[in-house]
Design a protein around this ligand. Structure first.
Ligand code: FES
Ligand code: FES
Length: 160
């Protein structure tokens, strides 16, 4: 298969690599860029484990061709902790015991981040809707919802 160049910003860092034509963003990130934080679950758009943010919008990386992200700004969970300090969502997930096996967690966090980036003070219903595309087999969702709301509160306290 032909190899093609792709160039984008990954968590603020310029990246330029050659990938096989038709490679999904999920596999480009994991296999070529060395970022294994997006998880390959169903790989057909139904579990949300592969969720990333592309140019500010939540995207399923398993359904996104890497070539279509040329020049984009891509965010993954791997880039959230700045200088070793956890992002408020990571901190709230940890403090609230909202991860068990952890497989869904990176995708959940990106779905929640996309919500909070656009809606800093979400309602419980906003959170439920935002993570509705993300499957968790372990937690029953309540600890995750509570953690996202706690992160939003902590963000607004820090901003105030
Ligand atoms: S791996 Fe992409 S939605 Fe499941
Ligand atoms: S913590 Fe196991 S799938 Fe969510």
């Amino acid at each position: 298969m032909a190899r093609v160049p792709v160039q984008f910003t990954l968590n603020g860092e310029e990246r330029a690599e050659f990938i096989e034509s038709g490679t999904t963003l999920l596999h480009a990130l994991r296999d070529t860029m060395g970022d294994t934080s997006p998880k390959g679950g169903c790989q057909q758009g139904t579990c949300g484990a592969c969720s990333v943010i592309v140019d500010g919008e939540l995207r399923l990386s398993c359904l996104t061709l890497a070539q279509t992200c040329e020049g984009a700004a891509i965010e993954t969970t791997a880039g959230l902790a700045a200088g070793g300090v956890l992002h408020p969502l990571q901190r709230a997930i940890m403090d609230g015991f909202a991860a068990q096996c952890g497989f869904c967690t990176p995708g959940m966090i990106m779905a929640a981040k996309a919500l909070l980036d656009h809606t800093p003070n979400p309602t419980r219903e906003d959170v439920i809707e935002a993570i509705s595309g993300n499957v968790c087999r372990c937690t029953g969702y309540e600890p995750i919802i509570a953690a996202v709301l706690a992160a939003a509160r902590s963000n607004s306290q820090n901003a105030g």
